[in-house]
Design a protein around this ligand. Structure first.
Ligand SMILES: Nc1nc2c(ncn2[C@@H]2O[C@H](COP(=O)(O)OP(=O)(O)OP(=O)(O)O)[C@@H](O)[C@H]2O)c(=O)[nH]1
Ligand SMILES: [Mg+2]
Length: 438
């Protein structure tokens, strides 16, 4: 099995905010001090960060849960709890991030050091100092910290390269990369020698440079999931120029022109219309005895096939990767083509989901739902009301009363009454039960 991983789903959970405290000043000669409970600190975010040196998502193979630390609780004497540090998770350049449940695009991480907050830490709960008012100078009210955001996200790596090498297995893609760059991919006389994309930096004789990705060989049906192909087609999506490598020797008994059509069919069927990228045909293995003849025939068939909309100005470069013939011309032409080819934006039709800065209370999700259990208990649920519940410190009666007021102002009492709730009925939120009072 290949040790390459380019798609993975992970769970992230941000830190809960620290709880606010209920406390009172105790001074030697003051019988009843004022409120002195500090606020809780902010919980840490989970943040993805691009690390240039990474080339795969391998680090996630055995590690798929990431959580940030909670904020510190508020303390007495008005001291606030410390906020927690964020938790950084490193990803390779070229990582696309989606919400795994909704499929929404959260970001596309390209530049070294680029960051993306994928789970927002909860804010700290307020201590009782903050609830003091002239009418209630010594409140026994404090909030618990807000829970940290929790979600499942999907990471997909699409390597960052300017040029992609595509072709059938064993046509010499890796051999070509090895002679035009410092990369040392595995080369072999058997199919599917290459199991992971290899990247190499190429410098042309006139000092231009670009990054080339060598991909595993494609076979017919790759875009439908045959062979190794389809899972690697995504790595061509960011490239601007395709080098279509063809074995002109016919030494494997295949017809070069058939190969050419078959690969283009795969590229055309892939979802991002890879055929629209400019292509250079690399006629490889020209050192072999039959290659010249095959190349002449190939050109003839190309010319006959006038239906091929790209046949007009197709560039064909005969080379031998093994004897290093024809490489300069090929590389210069590739650099020329790159210079005049704009980028193909991957996600221009999709909007990046903007997170509400403070998720939860500001969104327009329904505030609560009411269900009834067989035993006649009324059950309140929904993210907003559950969060309110989690942020209530039930150790203090006054805080519980505040919670009851909050429910009333959300319209819970009214809604329950409308559903037929009677005095004395049991109402439940989470594991907390109370009696409905008319
Ligand atoms: N004669 C000759 N043989 C070549 C040339 N280029 C590559 N080969 C040979 O073709 C075989 C396959 O080469 P690779 O570079 O591994 O081919 P690939 O396209 O990367 O193959 P996969 O990774 O399996 O898709 C090896 O035995 C190479 O030595 C060439 O220009 N001339
Ligand atoms: Mg290879």
């Amino acid at each position: 099995m290949s040790m390459f991983l380019d798609q993975v789903t992970i769970d992230v959970k941000a830190g809960k905010g620290g709880d606010g405290m209920v406390a009172f000043r105790r001074e030697k000669y003051v019988p009843d001090g004022g409120p002195a409970g500090g606020d809780g600190g902010r919980g840490g975010d989970v943040v993805l960060m691009v690390e240039e040196g990474l080339r795969t998502l391998m680090d996630f193979r055995y590690n798929r849960h990431f959580r940030a630390h909670p904020g510190e609780n508020g303390m007495s004497k008005g001291m606030h709890g410390r906020g927690s540090e964020d938790t950084f998770v490193k990803v390779p350049p070229g990582t696309t991030v989606r919400d795994a449940d909704t499929g929404a695009l959260l970001g596309d991480l390209i530049e070294n050091g680029q960051t993306l907050v994928v789970a927002k830490g909860g804010r700290g709960g307020r201590g009782n100092i903050r609830f003091a008012s002239p009418r209630n100078p010594a409140p026994e009210i404090a909030e618990n910290g807000e829970p940290g955001q929790e979600r499942r996200i999907e990471l997909e790596l699409k390597v960052l390269a300017d040029v992609g090498l595509v072709g059938f297995p064993s046509v010499g893609k890796s051999t070509l990369l090895s002679v035009i760059s410092a990369a040392r991919p595995k080369i072999g006389a058997y199919h599917f020698t290459t199991l992971v994309p290899n990247l190499g930096m190429v410098n042309t004789s006139d000092n231009r440079s670009f990054v080339v990705a060598d991909l595993p060989g494609l076979i017919e049906g790759a875009s439908q999931g045959v062979g190794l192909g389809t899972q690697f087609l995504r790595h061509i999506e960011r490239t601007r120029v395709i080098l279509h490598v063809i074995d002109m020797s016919g030494m494997e008994g295949r017809d070069p022109y058939e190969d050419y059509l078959a690969i283009n069919k795969e590229l055309g069927e892939h979802n991002l219309r890879l055929l629209e990228r400019p292509q250079i045909i690399v006629a490889n293995k020209m050192d072999m005895p039959n290659s010249e003849e095959n190349l002449a025939q190939f050109k003839e068939e190309l010319a006959k096939e006038k239906t091929d909309e790209f046949a007009e100005d197709l560039l064909i470069f005969p080379i031998s990767a093994v004897t290093r013939k024809g490489l300069d011309n090929l590389l210069n032409a590739t650099a020329d083509l790159l210079e005049k080819t704009p980028e193909f934006p991957l996600y221009e039709e999709e909007e990046v989901e903007e997170e509400a800065v403070h998720y939860g209370f500001t969104s327009d999700e329904p505030e609560f739902a009411i269900d009834r259990e067989p035993d006649a208990t009324w059950v309140l649920s929904g993210p907003k009301i559950e969060k309110l519940f989690q942020m209530t410190n039930f150790a203090h009666d006054e805080t519980v009363m505040r919670f009851a007021r909050q429910l009333r102002s959300l319209g819970v009492d009214e809604a329950l009454r409308a559903r037929g709730a009677k005095d004395g009925d049991i109402v439940r939120i989470g594991n907390f039960e109370f009696e409905f009072v008319e």
